[in-house]
Design a protein around this ligand. Structure first.
Ligand code: ATP
Length: 637
């Protein structure tokens, strides 16, 4: 029986390859900018860009990626830097995937398909596959190659064959080797690049597109092209390597208020947003080190991409963004999504099968059957079009009066639109609960304030709360102010203290590794442990706050970049964690978790962990205990 062999590196450990993230900025288009607001994004260098901060027009948010392709970047340059390096892996039995992500009209199809004058990634990648195959066949007599293609689209959560169009929704299955397979999907043998062209061009026309307000020819489906290369040894032991290249042009994320979608377009959009939302959840889950199950099965897209994300593939995500202001929110969301994806680590392994002795007379392996084994003539091994399976400038300050953008940023609508119904209901329930909670607290606060006022009058103002004496408003009042502000007008930007720079590092080390860097003395360690235990044991709103005496400089003993990473992780949980995930943070109980959710609903994302101090009951002291407990507990694990 043929076996799959995972090939280790020289040290015996599995090689890892993370998802490379490239961002491509489409050229600025006048006609897309009816208000003449100018661009809101600009490149800073070959790996970085910045976007106006919607919270504060004088600030920008800066991002760093593996590659930044500016407006002038050619199709050839995108291919050479982001895609070409992946192709040799396919001929060595590994999987690779390239997928274009981004808002509708930002240039995904241009990047992947291009046009006759400027071919995109797909034609260039396939040409490269054939060039490498031809070279290797010429130089290595021992090996022969076969190249096949499948092409499908996921439209309204249906898997449709683009090579043999019909309305039949094809099933997605997983075989015993954990390959994703689609029984009934056409697998076409290709003899050359021009052969590919012959099959691909008409099939592309089968893809579902329609005109929306934002894009005259908007892709309404996710298109997935699979190029499968089987490398077979002509002589014993008849090794066989199967490599797969997935080239994915995702449908754009959409805001239906701007696309003007109605009826069927709205339904399509719901399916698109749902699958992209699931994709972002998969990415979140992988980044969080797979707390619980990675929700691949929640959409057909993620189920199909299972091998390409966090699986065994070398992956590159090209995030397309548009510079015009009307795309601001989509661009911001896409950049944050891309930044998350940068942390994923894949584990590539070579898919190799070895012909075992029983194979001489016995059954042919599944891999051999798929690709044509050594024991049968070529023409019998693979019929054309056989039904098969696929395994698996100057930034313009943003006008605060632009309520449409700010409103959208402040609301959860996007998330709601993208959520599956069950989740949406849960989310609504949580939001309703948080609202109730906030209302109760508001009433309690009012009561306390009235009492405090009375006391003040009686004592002539000597009992003013410390915070107010110090010139700062009580924390809870500031929360109320925020709530009230939201009710009166959503357009007013919040006061911001610092520039938020959500930079992503290329290799985020797991928090556990921090322990190696943090080396306190033995005595200090036991003291810290004791304090930490006290901190962790401390219950919400009960007893005196844990003491920070003598511990004020604990941060200075940690590696600053790791400290930042830990804070970033906490920030991510604060911004995207569910109620349960929030409660898993140290010193955050049910009440605080709900208040965090409520705060998020009203104010949008926390820009920095310090924003937590704006939540009722989280004093500066308690905040410092919170930070310490969470960072140290992660390190102590
Ligand atoms: N880098 C670029 N250079 C020149 N034109 C571009 C570039 N990127 C995109 N365009 C043009 O912008 C328009 C929208 O691009 P495209 O259709 O590729 O967007 P999309 O992201 O695929 O949208 P959708 O998700 O709606 O299909 C097209 O007319 C395309 O030719």
């Amino acid at each position: 029986m043929a076996q799959r062999v995972a090939v280790n590196d020289v040290n015996g450990s599995k090689r890892t390859s993370r998802v490379r993230v490239a961002v491509r900025l489409r050229p600025y288009m006048d006609k897309q900018d009816e208000k003449g607001e100018g661009p809101c994004v600009r490149g800073l260098g070959p790996q970085s860009l910045e976007i106006t901060n919607w919270r504060n027009a004088t600030e920008t948010l800066q991002y760093q990626f593996d590659v930044f392709h500016g407006e002038q970047t050619t199709q050839q340059e995108v291919f050479l830097s982001s895609v070409k390096p992946l192709i040799p892996h396919i001929l060595n039995g590994q999987n690779a995937s390239v997928f274009a992500y981004g808002p509708t009209g930002a240039g995904k199809t241009h990047t992947m398909l291009g046009n006759q004058d400027n071919p995109g990634v797909i034609p260039r990648a396939v040409r490269e596959v054939f060039q490498l195959v031809n070279t290797q066949e010429r130089d290595q007599d021992e090996w022969k190659f076969s190249v096949e293609m499948s092409y499908l689209e996921i439209y309204n959560e249906k898997v449709l064959d683009l090579l043999s169009p019909s309305s039949q929704d094809l099933p997605i299955r997983e075989d015993k080797d954990r390959n994703i397979v689609i029984p009934g999907l056409t697998l076409t043998r290709l003899s050359s690049f021009s052969d590919f062209h012959t099959h691909f061009v008409p099939a592309s026309l089968n893809r579902t597109t329609a005109s929306t307000k934002l894009n005259q020819r908007s892709s309404r489906s996710h298109a997935i092209l699979l190029i499968k290369v089987v490398k077979s040894q002509r002589v014993p032991p008849h090794r066989q390597l199967t490599g797969k290249l997935y080239l994915v042009d995702l449908a754009g994320s959409e805001d239906n208020r701007r696309t003007g979608n109605q009826g069927i377009r709205l339904k399509e959009s719901g399916a698109i947003n749902l699958s992209l939302f699931t994709l972002s959840k998969v990415v979140d889950s992988l980044n969080a080190g797979t707390v619980g199950r990675v929700p691949y099965r929640d959409s057909k897209l993620t189920r199909l991409l299972q091998d390409s994300l966090g699986g065994s593939a070398h992956s590159v995500m090209i995030t397309n963004i548009a510079p015009e202001y009307k795309y601001y929110f989509d661009t911001f969301t896409a950049l944050n999504f891309a930044a998350k994806s940068k942390q994923i680590v894949n584990r590539p392994f070579v898919r190799e099968t070895v012909a075992a002795p029983t194979n001489v007379t016995g059954k042919r392996s599944r891999e051999e059957q798929e690709a044509g084994g050594p024991g049968e003539p070529q023409n019998k091994r693979l019929k054309e079009n056989k039904k098969g399976e696929i395994p698996s400038p100057q930034t313009q300050p943003h006008s605060p009066a632009d309520t449409s953008v700010l409103d959208r940023l402040l609301a959860l609508e996007k998330m709601m639109l993208g959520s599956p119904e069950k989740e949406r209901l849960n989310l609504l329930k949580t939001v309703a609960q948080s609202r109730k909670e906030i209302q109760k607290l508001k009433e309690k606060q009012k009561e306390l304030e009235e009492k405090a006022d009375m006391l003040n009058k009686l004592t002539g103002g000597q009992d003013k709360p410390k915070d107010e004496k110090d010139g700062g408003a009580p924390l809870f009042r500031s929360d109320l102010n925020l709530l009230n502000r939201k009710q009166s007008t959503a357009a007013k930007p919040r006061k911001q203290q610092a520039v938020v720079i959500p930079l992503q590092v290329s290799h985020v080390q797991p928090l556990q590794q921090c322990a190696v860097v943090w080396k306190p003395s033995k005595e200090k360690l036991s003291k810290d442990k004791k304090t930490l235990q006290e901190v962790i044991k401390g219950k919400e709103n009960s007893g005196p706050e844990p003491s920070c005496d003598g511990e004020l400089n604990w941060e200075s003993r940690l590696d600053s970049s790791l400290l930042e990473q830990s804070k970033k992780k906490i920030l991510d949980t604060l911004n995207s964690g569910s109620l349960k995930e929030l409660k898993s943070l140290q010193l955050i109980g049910d009440k605080k978790a709900k208040l965090i959710l409520g705060w998020r609903e009203v104010n949008g994302d926390f820009t920095q962990v310090d924003d937590l101090k704006k939540i009722e009951g989280i004093t500066a002291k308690r905040f410092s205990s919170f930070i310490k407990a969470n960072i140290l507990s992660a390190m102590g694990k």
